[in-house]
Design a binder for this molecule. Structure first.
Ligand code: G3I
Length: 372
């Protein structure tokens, strides 16, 4: 039996019992409260997922119970979708989009234009680097095809991802802090405007976001705001900013995150927290932590609490928060920058709730009694 969220809420208990029994993933209590329900209409709370996860009935039930918004971790990136000019493999992405649609869960579309996980063919032509005009035409076609394919199933698109970078060794930028990606180098800084125009044309109803990491850092906040203001001054639609929020226990300062949210909200832009996780290792490049000790898990929970309390206090400005993975068995941090121990999410490798889960649950419940 498969029930969507609305049917689930309305179903008599006798009908639900078999569904609940099959919904409990191995080693996971079906009894723990649903984060989606705890946040209710006060915040969309979600996760990145893979097609493999949503094809597994137990994991699918877990995801549908705990989360109220989804994003594909990799399945909607150009590298996953594109098979050459005008050729696509939408199978994994459609699995996720159809699941979200059936469950009544909004879906974030991630991502259209990025320097990473892109489609290699886009940048070459007759064995040489592609011309500016051809690259623009290819980008426009890719966006029209992909956004068109998912029209009606995507709440918001990360139209451009990670275009700015400040102070990263070995990363070349232009004078405005824009990353010298192939997009920027071949097309020029206006690649952002071209991408947003194409996305707006392909789906007038999907929200159009710019998404980045370290988006609380003052220099990056300034660059993002300038870019968004520039687009709007030209009449180009940009609806919101995504804060990835890949955090460590002591970084970034909560005050910086608060200031960034307030500054971006002052420009009238919507905001989502798009990829939240909190590494146990002190630095993103560190590999010193070897196990999830009680002390570390407590400190991590405290960080989730501080951040979620902040987001809930600004829920008039931030309308969705998504973690970057459902449990510690599967996180990009296990393999980046090299294989290491990490446990950055709310559920452990067996999907048992961690102190971090209870911290988030508490922040959700507390927000019921506090105005934004
Ligand atoms: O699909 C191939 C598989 O065929 C191959 O056998 C295997 C061997 O390495 O690699 C697989 O690809 C991996 C891919 O994830 C799918 O699992 C890549 O190596 C791996 O680099 C890739 O990592 C992803 C990363 O983006 C790439 O930059 C992570 O899963 C994904 O979580 C991460 O997500 C990004 C966001 O999109 C943007 N913000 C930062 C965030 C974390 O890096």
């Amino acid at each position: 039996m498969s029930l969507n969220r609305r049917q689930f809420a309305a179903a008599p208990l006798g009908l639900l019992l078999p569904a609940l029994a099959s919904a409990a993933p191995a080693n996971t209590s079906g009894e723990i409260p649903s984060l989606a329900e705890a946040f209710g209409s006060r915040m969309r709370f979600g996760s990145a997922v893979t097609a493999e996860q949503v094809r597994d009935p137990k994991l699918a039930a877990f995801i549908a119970r705990q989360f109220s918004i989804l994003v594909a971790e990799n399945a909607m990136k150009p590298q996953s979708l594109s098979r050459g000019e005008g050729r696509y493999d939408f199978s994994d992405a459609d699995t996720i989009a159809d699941f979200a649609h059936q469950q009544g869960l909004p879906l974030r579309g991630h991502t259209l234009v990025w320097h990473n996980q892109t489609a290699a063919w886009m940048f070459t032509e007759n064995g040489a680097e592609v011309s500016r005009a051809t690259l623009i035409a290819r980008m426009e076609r890719y966006i029209a095809d992909v956004v068109g394919h998912f029209r009606g199933r995507v709440l918001s698109w990360d139209v451009v991802n990670e275009a700015f970078v400040f102070g990263e060794a070995g990363v070349e930028t232009d004078g405005d802090g824009m990353r010298m990606s192939p997009w920027r180098r071949i097309i020029g800084p206006e690649f952002i405007e071209i991408a947003f125009r194409a996305a707006a044309k392909a789906d007038p109803h999907a929200l159009l976001f710019y998404n980045d990491y370290e988006s609380q850092a003052p220099q990056k906040v300034a660059a993002i705001r300038k870019m968004a203001q520039g687009l709007r001054a030209k009449g180009v639609r940009i609806d919101g900013i995504g804060h990835q929020m890949h955090c460590a226990r002591a970084w970034p300062p909560v005050a910086d995150v608060a200031a960034a949210i307030d500054a971006i909200a002052a420009d009238g832009l919507k905001q989502h927290v798009t990829e939240l996780d909190i590494a146990l290792n002190d630095q993103v490049t560190g590999t010193t932590v070897k196990a999830a000790t009680e002390e570390l898990l407590k400190a991590q929970a405290q960080r989730y609490s501080e951040l979620m309390t902040l987001f809930m206090s600004r829920r008039d400005k931030v309308s969705a928060v998504l973690v970057w993975g459902i449990g510690d068995a599967h996180s990009w941090l296990l393999n980046w920058p090299r294989a290491r121990f990490e446990a950055p999410l709310l559920f452990d490798a067996q999907l048992k709730p961690k102190p971090a889960y209870y911290a988030v649950l508490e922040a959700a419940n507390a927000s019921a009694h506090a105005a934004p």
